[in-house]
Every structure is written in structure tokens, then in C-alpha cells.
Design a protein around this ligand. Structure first.
Ligand code: GLN
Length: 305
């Protein structure tokens, strides 16, 4: 792996950005540049970056495995899996159809919106201010970046227009999958999605997960190993929404995408990868980002299979 290689990959894959569109269902996200493409890859000793790696974007659904880990640390496995399942859906990330038909009467997994909103409602704290502070501090700890903050404009934009998520959340409350106040759970979910990061932040979190929760530079176990493994398993089986199966075959790296254009990947014991490419396909995944990861995974034999 070297910088020259990554520069050439960005150059080669940038044109794929014209195949997609930036997310527009959250009005504030329409302001993103469709042709942006950036990447950061880190291992124990090196940081490799290329393209718009430094540009900030909102983490969106990439927050889901991280908040899941915090919820597991807060409440334990039994409580978490009482409220959400462990199965992939094959449906879009914001789908509500299976909420009523799934025999278990709970969201199928914590990587879809329904499951993630349930998980947010389980974060400990006396009010949302304290819960958000705990989430932010956790993201800062894992990314080793004290400056992470919520983008208030994106938060407000999604809060104002998030009717589908709001309907999911009220349904979840009805089937006892939200603890506490529904609007508070939604607000917390919208805020966690609006945390601004860059590709290096995602790569750093990806590397901690790649090492089963251990910060290999400080020797600190930041996440219990079994929770890091649960998060990575969900990333592999459900992390790219209803494209997770194809991604597992083409790329084979536990990864999570978000509609801000981010993808966080963890190559076990080797690399943390952060990608930014806000031009999305119909499934809400970064078009050029996925193709780039496929190429890099093949060149460096990163597939876990
Ligand atoms: N905040 C977004 C939503 O709930 C996150 C979705 C995503 O990144 N796929 O719709």
C-alpha cells in the first residue's frame, strides 16, 4: 500500500461518480458535491490518504454500528437483542414493511433505520444532552479526534423532514421497541447521524474494530472484543443495506455505508478504511466508493473469505 497507488485509484474511479446522485431526501444533503471522492487507509504504522479525504461530511448510517456498541456496553447483549433482531432484511434501509410482518415483532437488525432508532433509545443518560455527550465522546475516543461535532443544519433538516423515520419510531413504540420518549429517541438518532467526520476519522474507528476493539497504538481495549465482533458481523451481513450480499462477494470486508457518502471498512487485523463519495446509487451506497473498495480489496487480498 502506498500513496501513489491510492492517488491512481482515485483518478481511475472518479468518473463513476456521474453514475449516481447525492442524497436529496434530507434537503441539507443536496449541497454536497457529486464528484467528490476521497479515501484514507491506515494500519498500525501508516496513514495513506488521497482525493477529498479531508473533507467533512455527516456520518449518517455509519453511526449505527458505533452507537450499537455503546448500547451493548451500556445495557448488555440480552437487553439489546430483546428489542432488535440479528437477521438481514433484503429491504431498503428505511423500509417499514417487515416491522409488522416479522414474527418476532421487532426490527430485524440494528443497521436498518428501525433497528437503529430502537438502539438509540437504549443509550444511557438522564436526558438527551447527556446521551448525545456520551455518544460524541465515544466517537471522539474511537477516532482520536476531540473536535467531532454535530452539524446542526443537517440535524435540523432531517428533523424537519424525517417523516418516514418518525412513523417508524411511533410504530416501534407501539410494539415496545423504544424505551422512553419517541421524539427524544428520534432526536438522538438524527443527531448521531449528523456528526461530522472525514475519511481519516472513519479509518481510525475501522482500525479499532479491525483489531477487535483494541487501540494497537496505546494498548487500550476501548471496546470489549465480543461487542466489536458483533458490530463487524452486522456490518458484513447488513452494513450495505440490501446490497450486503453483493458487497460481501465483490469486496468481502465488513463495512458500513451512510447517505452522507461515507463507508467505514475493517480489514481484520490489518487495515481501517474510510471512504467518502457522496454520489449514491439507488440503494443509498456510494457508487464510486464501492467500486474503489472492490478494486483495492482484490489488489491487496482483503476479502475475509
Ligand atoms: N439519517 C439517515 C436516515 O435516517 C441515515 C440513512 C442512511 O445513511 N442510510 O434516513
Amino acid at each position: 500500500m502506498d500513496k501513489k497507488y491510492l492517488d491512481s485509484i482515485i483518478k481511475e474511479y472518479k468518473h463513476y461518480t456521474i453514475e449516481g446522485q447525492v442524497a436529496d431526501y434530507i434537503p441539507e444533503l443536496k449541497k454536497m458535491e457529486r464528484c467528490d471522492l476521497g479515501i484514507a487507509i491506515i494500519d498500525r504504522d501508516n496513514i495513506f490518504t488521497a482525493g477529498e479525504w479531508e473533507k467533512k461530511f455527516t456520518i449518517q448510517s455509519v453511526s449505527k454500528p458505533i452507537v450499537l456498541i455503546l448500547a451493548l456496553m451500556d445495557r448488555g447483549e440480552d437487553k439489546i437483542f430483546e428489542l432488535v433482531g440479528k437477521e438481514p432484511t433484503g429491504d431498503p434501509f428505511n423500509s417499514m414493511v417487515r416491522l409488522e410482518t416479522y414474527t418476532m415483532n421487532k426490527p430485524l437488525n440494528p443497521m436498518i433505520n428501525a433497528g437503529a432508532i430502537s438502539i438509540s433509545s437504549l443509550i444511557k443518560g438522564k436526558d438527551n444532552e447527556e446521551r448525545l455527550a456520551r455518544i460524541l465522546n465515544f466517537f471522539r475516543l474511537l477516532s482520536d479526534n476531540e473536535s467531532l461535532e454535530v452539524n446542526q443544519d443537517v440535524f435540523k433538516s432531517e428533523k424537519e423532514t424525517g417523516n418516514r423515520n418518525r412513523s417508524l419510531a411511533y410504530f416501534l413504540k407501539d410494539i415496545h421497541c423504544i424505551e422512553g420518549d419517541v421524539e427524544e429517541a428520534l432526536d438522538l438518532y438524527f443527531m448521531q447521524c449528523s456528526i461530522e467526520v472525514n475519511t481519516l476519522d472513519l479509518a481510525k474507528i475501522g482500525l479499532i474494530l479491525a483489531n477487535d476493539g483494541l487501540n494497537i497504538n496505546t494498548g487500550e481495549q476501548l471496546i470489549p472484543k465480543k461487542y466489536a465482533k458483533i458490530a463487524k458481523t452486522f456490518m458484513l451481513t447488513c452494513g450495505m443495506y440490501d446490497e450486503s450480499g453483493k458487497f460481501a462477494i465483490d469486496v468481502g470486508i465488513p463495512s458500513k455505508s451512510g447517505v452522507g457518502g461515507g463507508i467505514m471498512s475493517s480489514v481484520p487485523q490489518r487495515y481501517g478504511i474510510g471512504v467518502f463519495g457522496p454520489s449514491l446509487n439507488k440503494k443509498g451506497n456510494s457508487v464510486a466508493g464501492m467500486r474503489m473498495l472492490e478494486k483495492i480489496s482484490k489488489d491487496y487480498e482483503m476479502s475475509i473469505f
